[in-house]
Design a protein around this ligand. Structure first.
Ligand code: NAD
Length: 242
């Protein structure tokens, strides 16, 4: 059985790819950066797993179609899809350039739409499949200087619920994971001021590690998660309690 993880050349996506490979899945490792995807795929193979690196920009319709066709021919149709690719950008609302707003929505929202759209037909045909969308707790509570990012992540939560309602009776479970701050290059790039203030707010007093998010994704892909449909799970150090 195979899984496709987007943005798996770094951080949370890399940890998810490694974890799903350990779970016994053949993993398609996507990233915008071919070298990063290949590094992670190579690591999985060296550990005895099966992996195939596939570079593509998830916001590009043609590239996504090509990527999914390649994954299908090498590993078979993905039974599991993790929409993880993303980037962050911080700016006060009035300083967000329309181009930056569009790029955030293109990668996170359009990317999730395009890759799911390419993988879903095979899942529906098989009558089984799991989609996990990586949102963010900022999509639940918002964040200063993050209107575009938080807006895109809120959109992903809405898309998750709607698609889950549409396809759950046909064997495909769709859920989201909304992490709090996790130690990855994406968070390292945020301002020190933001990180210090954020850490102080967390009941747990620390940021999470990528592996701690990967464990949640692994659970959602497992048969134990059979009753989880359209949910948003929050590995967030206690920052958001729903
Ligand atoms: P990261 O920067 O370490 O990894 C993101 C990866 O996605 C990179 O390798 C990058 O090249 C790839 N990528 C970016 N745009 C892409 C595109 N258009 N097509 C394909 N690949 C692309 O970041 P991360 O922290 O691991 O973030 C992973 C996901 O988790 C993102 O969706 C992010 O928004 C989300 N998230 C992160 C945190 C956090 O605190 N780190 C918290 C909540 C949600």
């Amino acid at each position: 059985m195979s899984a496709l993880v987007t943005g798996a050349g770094s951080g949370i996506g890399e940890a998810i790819a490694l974890r799903l490979a350990k779970d016994g899945l053949a993993v398609a490792v996507n990233d915008l950066r071919a070298d990063a995807a290949e590094r992670v795929a190579q690591g999985i193979r060296e550990a005895g797993g099966t992996a195939h690196a596939v570079a593509a920009d998830v916001s590009d319709t043609t590239a996504v179609a090509k990527m999914v066709a390649e994954v299908r021919s090498v590993l078979g149709d993905p039974a599991i899809l993790v929409n993880n690719a993303g980037h962050a950008h911080q700016a006060p609302f009035l300083e967000i350039a329309p181009e930056e707003f569009d790029r955030i929505f293109a990668v996170h929202v359009r990317g999730t739409f395009l890759v799911t759209r390419a993988c879903l037909p095979a899942m529906l045909k098989a009558g089984t499949g799991v989609v996990v969308n990586i949102a963010s707790q900022l999509g639940q509570i918002g964040g200063v200087d993050l209107v575009h990012y938080a807006g895109a992540k809120a959109a992903i939560i809405g898309m998750t619920k709607s698609l889950a309602r549409e396809v759950s009776t046909r064997g495909v479970r769709v859920n989201a994971v909304a992490p709090g701050p996790i130690n990855t290059p994406l968070v390292a790039a945020l301002s020190e001021e933001w990180k210090t203030a954020k850490r102080a707010q967390l009941p747990l007093g620390r940021f999470g590690e990528p592996e701690e998010v990967a464990g949640v994704v692994s659970f959602l892909t497992s048969p134990e998660a059979a009753l989880f449909v359209g949910q948003t799970l929050g590995p967030n150090s206690g920052d958001v309690m729903l």
